[in-house]
Design a protein around this ligand. Structure first.
Ligand code: OGA
Ligand code: NI
Length: 357
C-alpha cells in the first residue's frame, strides 16, 4: 500500500459508529475505505473447479448399510478436504429459511436499536454484535458484520436474545446441536472409536452460533468478506445463502463451495485436527466480497467448555497413536487454545502451529 496512515485512529472511528460495514454502505459510500484494503487485489474467479464432496445422511439412523457408507464418506472428506456438504440432514427447510430471515431482521432493524447490542466484551455479554471480532489485531479489516450467541451449555433466556431472531435462534440451535452430535458419532466411528467417544471428550460442550452479514461491496476485488483462516473449534456447521463466495483451500487451490439449496456445510476445526493428530484436517477457507448482497451465513461452532474450573485436557487421542505415529501436538486446554486464537486474530497462520511438538 505504501502510504502510511493512522490506521488505529481510523479503526477506532469505524468502531465507534457501532453500525459496522452496513452503516458505511447505508451511508452510500462508493469506494472501499483504506482500512479494508487487501495488499493485492483478490482474484474473484475460481481456479479449477473441483467439487467438494456432498454426503447424503438419509437413513443413517435406521439402515446400518447407509450408515457405514456415510461414515466412510465422512472419513474420506475429513481426511482430505476437511470440508463437506450434507443433504437430508434432518433440519427442515423452513427452520433454515427462518434462521436466515431472523439474521436479516437483526441487521436490518433500526440502526439505533441495533447499536444497543454492539460490544467487544466477550466475558459478560451473551450476545456480542460487532464488526470484525479481531478489528484491532488483524492486519486487514473484513467486509463483514457479525453477532455471536453462546447457546450451550446454558441456553439464554429468550429476553436476552434480540427480538427479530429470538425464537428461531433457540429452535435452530437445538436442531444444530442434535445434528452435530450425530456427526460426532459418525466421526468417532470413522476413527475406529466408540460412537460416543468424541462426545465424551467434550467436543459438543459449547455451541456458539455466529451470524454473519456481508453487505454488497462497491469494489469487491479490493477487500475480503472473511480473511483466509482455519476455525478454532472441533466442528463447524455452516448455513450459507444462495449468493456464494465461500472458498476452501484444497491441494493448493481455492475451490468454491457452491451453495446447494437446503444443504449445510460441515468442516473440521483446529481442535479436531489436534485431537486426531492430523487424521482430520482443519482446512483454510475464506469468503470473497461481492457486488451483490447482503450475503447471510450462520456458523455454528462446536467447542469445549471454557467456563469450568477443571478444564478438560486436550491432546491427541491415545488410541490413534503408535510408535510410527507419535503425538504431533502438546496437550492444552480449550481455554488456552481459544485465548491464543482470539488474540492472534484471523490470518493465514493456523493457531495449531503454536501447539506443535
Ligand atoms: C467462519 C466462516 C464462512 C461464511 O465464520 O469462520 O468461515 O460463509 N464463515 O460465512
Ligand atoms: Ni471459518
Amino acid at each position: 500500500m505504501g502510504i502510511s496512515y493512522d490506521r488505529k485512529a481510523e479503526l477506532i472511528a469505524f468502531d465507534e459508529t457501532k453500525t459496522g460495514v452496513k452503516g458505511l454502505v447505508d451511508a452510500g459510500i462508493t469506494e472501499v475505505p483504506r482500512i479494508f484494503l487487501v495488499p493485492s487485489p483478490e482474484n474473484l474467479n475460481s481456479d479449477q473447479e473441483l467439487s467438494l464432496p456432498t454426503i447424503d445422511l438419509k437413513g443413517i439412523h435406521e439402515d446400518p448399510i447407509r450408515r457405514k457408507q456415510a461414515m466412510e464418506e465422512v472419513k474420506d472428506a475429513l481426511g482430505s478436504w476437511g470440508f463437506f456438504q450434507i443433504v437430508n440432514h434432518g433440519i427442515p427447510v423452513d427452520v433454515l429459511e427462518d434462521m436466515k430471515k431472523g439474521v436479516l431482521g437483526f441487521f436490518e432493524q433500526d440502526s439505533e436499536v441495533r447499536k444497543q447490542w454492539y460490544t467487544r466484551d466477550r466475558s459478560a455479554n451473551r450476545v456480542v454484535y460487532n464488526s470484525n471480532f479481531d478489528l484491532y489485531s488483524a492486519p486487514v479489516t473484513n467486509w463483514r458484520d457479525s453477532f455471536v450467541c453462546r447457546m450451550y451449555p446454558n441456553p439464554p433466556q429468550p429476553e436476552e436474545l434480540p427480538p427479530p431472531c429470538r425464537d428461531i435462534l433457540l429452535e435452530y440451535s437445538s436442531q444444530v446441536m442434535k445434528l452435530g452430535c450425530s456427526i460426532l458419532e459418525l466421526m468417532s466411528e470413522a476413527l475406529g472409536l466408540e460412537p460416543n467417544h468424541l462426545w465424551n471428550m467434550g467436543c459438543a460442550t459449547q455451541l456458539q452460533v455466529t451470524s454473519h452479514y456481508y453487505p454488497p461491496c462497491p469494489q469487491p476485488e479490493l477487500t475480503m468478506g472473511i480473511t483466509e483462516h482455519t476455525d478454532a473449534g472441533f466442528i463447524t456447521i455452516l448455513q450459507q445463502d444462495q449468493i456464494g463466495g465461500l472458498k476452501v483451500l484444497y491441494k493448493d487451490q481455492w475451490t468454491h463451495v457452491h451453495p446447494i439449496q437446503g444443504a449445510l456445510v460441515v468442516n473440521a476445526g483446529d481442535l479436531l485436527q489436534l485431537i486426531t493428530n492430523d487424521k482430520f484436517v482443519s482446512a483454510q477457507h475464506k469468503v470473497v466480497a461481492n457486488k451483490v448482497g447482503p450475503r447471510i451465513s450462520v456458523a455454528s461452532f462446536f467447542l469445549t467448555d471454557l467456563m469450568t474450573q477443571n478444564p478438560k485436557v486436550l491432546e491427541p487421542i491415545k488410541e490413534l497413536l503408535s510408535e510410527d505415529n507419535p503425538a504431533k501436538y502438546r496437550s492444552t486446554t480449550g481455554k488456552e487454545f481459544l485465548d491464543y486464537f482470539y488474540k492472534k486474530g484471523l490470518d493465514a497462520t493456523p493457531a495449531l502451529t503454536y501447539f506443535k511438538i
